[in-house]
Design a protein around this ligand. Structure first.
Ligand code: NAD
Length: 477
């Protein structure tokens, strides 16, 4: 059954200006999952103006009250998990198990940031005049939150949670591919007690995002998405607007000659094929020592062959479809690119066809040149490039040889090599004998170089509260 989702603007649910768009199930393109308002500049301006005018009632509440609201919202999400999981699978395409992990993690995020509302603290400073000098943390103001589709509950909860905990007003523009889950998150926050003056939801595509970023009443932009869009936003945001951009990656797993190859193959398969290769921290390059290349390849191939691709609601399926036609096109573009290069495709040239959705099987290429597009650009699908190296130094050079710096991993039994790699690799996250994907909710998470603006370790943990607060220094004599 198709769901009609709405904007939430000026304290009311509304259908917007009349234009709409459809979201179809990527596992079954016959099924329309949702119809949503296609917001333009007018709807966005109305949403921002209302939050700018009314957000103060929320920031004036005691921090315990804001914290209680977030905890209530977390409890409601948890109570509705079964429905959320079902909707998430139909809307985004992930498997039921992947959706369950996301539905469990999202309330945990809200509870974590509820706690941070109570921990916001300032400092006092020695004063030459004998008076009192102290700093206090204030909300930044109106936060524009723009999010991607691959974790449509988890990522928004890591923006709306801390922003609201700190007392900000938020205007949320979710991905056009996941309007239903976005609406569910906003519904629980409102039901739990966030006032309509502190939160707005505007659905739509790039037009809505552009209008939001350009709105003069926005004080901070928090964006997670592709590097191309993040960099386009960066060029337009005025200097007085705080800007946090968490973007793409080209994450590498280095496999040393001494590695436990069974474990290495497990974590590579998890990183490369989990979420059908559509995690920002997913493994897309394997940089392997020449002495173990064939052994490792055999083991990863075995896991690729074992992947069961299909509708995420079907029992036994381990890989859902790609999320959209654009994703599907990119996957095929890179298969062609690989076939036309000197690299060797290890997986079958003719994949069996799975009708009716954007299904994609794992594709592995070996002997990939580190300078090939396949080894340089984010593909965001289950395409894995094996690059063979002869030494640790060469492995580090190749790992650092892309414009990105999100996540990197190393498989080795040698602690000295692991520690050297954690120092030498240019990435925001380093994993030792663990998949490049999968992050703790309470530790800082963010990238380097063209993966991130590195604004307060962006995406998780308590450091993020700095993005959503501004220090005010007060002198009292
Ligand atoms: P995207 O950049 O296409 O879209 C992200 C959001 O930006 C969507 O809501 C979209 O509507 C909006 N948007 C598009 N153009 C805009 C514009 N000109 N101005 C303002 N907003 C605009 O990304 P996507 O396809 O939704 O998500 C996949 C990308 O997200 C991948 O590159 C992935 O690596 C990245 N990602 C990064 C992280 C991270 O933590 N670093 C996490 C998840 C996803």
């Amino acid at each position: 059954m198709s769901i009609t989702v709405q904007n939430y603007v000026a304290g009311e649910w509304s259908t917007g200006g009349g234009r709409t768009f459809e979201r179809r199930n990527p596992a079954d393109l016959q099924e329309v999952v949702a119809t949503a308002p296609e917001s333009g500049a007018d709807e966005v301006a109305a949403a921002v103006a209302h939050v700018a005018e009314h957000r103060h009632a929320w920031s004036a509440l005691a921090p315990e009250v804001r914290a209680d609201v977030l905890v209530r919202a977390a409890d409601m999400l948890q109570a509705r998990a079964d429905t959320l999981i079902e909707e998430l699978v139909r809307e985004e395409g992930k498997t039921r198990a992947e959706a369950r992990m996301e539905a469990m993690r999202t309330p945990q995020n809200l509870r974590f940031y509820a706690g941070e509302a109570l921990r916001l603290s300032g400092e006092t400073y020695p004063s030459s005049g004998g008076g009192l000098v102290y700093s206090s943390r204030q909300p930044v103001g109106v936060v524009a939150a723009i999010t991607p589709w691959n974790f449509p509950l988890n990522i928004p909860s890591r923006k709306l949670g801390p922003a609201l905990a700190a007392g900000n007003g938020v205007v949320f523009k979710p991905s056009e591919l996941t309007p239903v889950t976005a609406q569910r998150l906003v519904e629980v926050l409102l039901e739990a007690g966030v006032p309509g003056g502190a939160l707005a939801l505007v659905h739509g595509h790039a037009e809505a995002g552009r209008a939001l970023v350009a709105d003069p009443h926005v004080d901070a932009v928090t964006f997670t998405g592709s590097t191309a869009v993040g960099e386009a936003i960066h060029r337009t945001v005025p200097v007085q607007v705080r800007c946090q951009l968490e973007m793409g990656g080209k994450n590498a797993m280095v496999v040393c000659a001494d590695a436990d190859l069974e474990r290495a193959a497990d974590i590579i398969a998890k990183g490369a094929f989990g979420l059908s290769g559509q995690a920002c921290t997913g493994t897309s390059r394997v940089i392997v020592h020449e002495s173990v290349q064939l052994d490792l390849l055999d083991r990863v191939m075995e896991r690729a062959r074992a992947a069961v691709v299909g509708n995420g609601l079907t029992d036994g399926v381990t890989m859902g479809p790609l999320a959209s036609e654009a994703q599907w096109d990119k996957y095929h573009e890179f298969l062609k690119e690989g076939d036309n290069s000197a690299a060797r495709r290890e997986t079958p040239l003719q994949d069996p066809v799975l009708d009716g959705g954007y299904f994609a099987r794992p594709a592995i290429f070996s002997d990939v040149d580190p300078q090939d597009r396949m080894a340089q650009e984010e593909i965001f699908s289950p395409v894995l490039a094996f690059i063979t190296v002869a030494s640790y130094d060469e492995a580090v050079r190749v790992a650092n040889g892309t414009p990105y710096g999100l996540s990197a991993g190393i498989a080795t039994r040698d602690i000295a090599t692991a520690l050297a790699f954690s120092r030498d690799v240019d990435a925001g996250v380093v994993k030792v004998n663990e998949a490049t994907s999968g992050m703790a909710m309470n530790a800082p998470f963010g990238g380097t170089r063209r993966s991130s603006t590195q604004t307060h370790k962006e995406q998780a943990g308590a450091t993020m509260m700095h993005f959503y607060t501004t220090d005010k220094t007060v002198y009292v004599s």
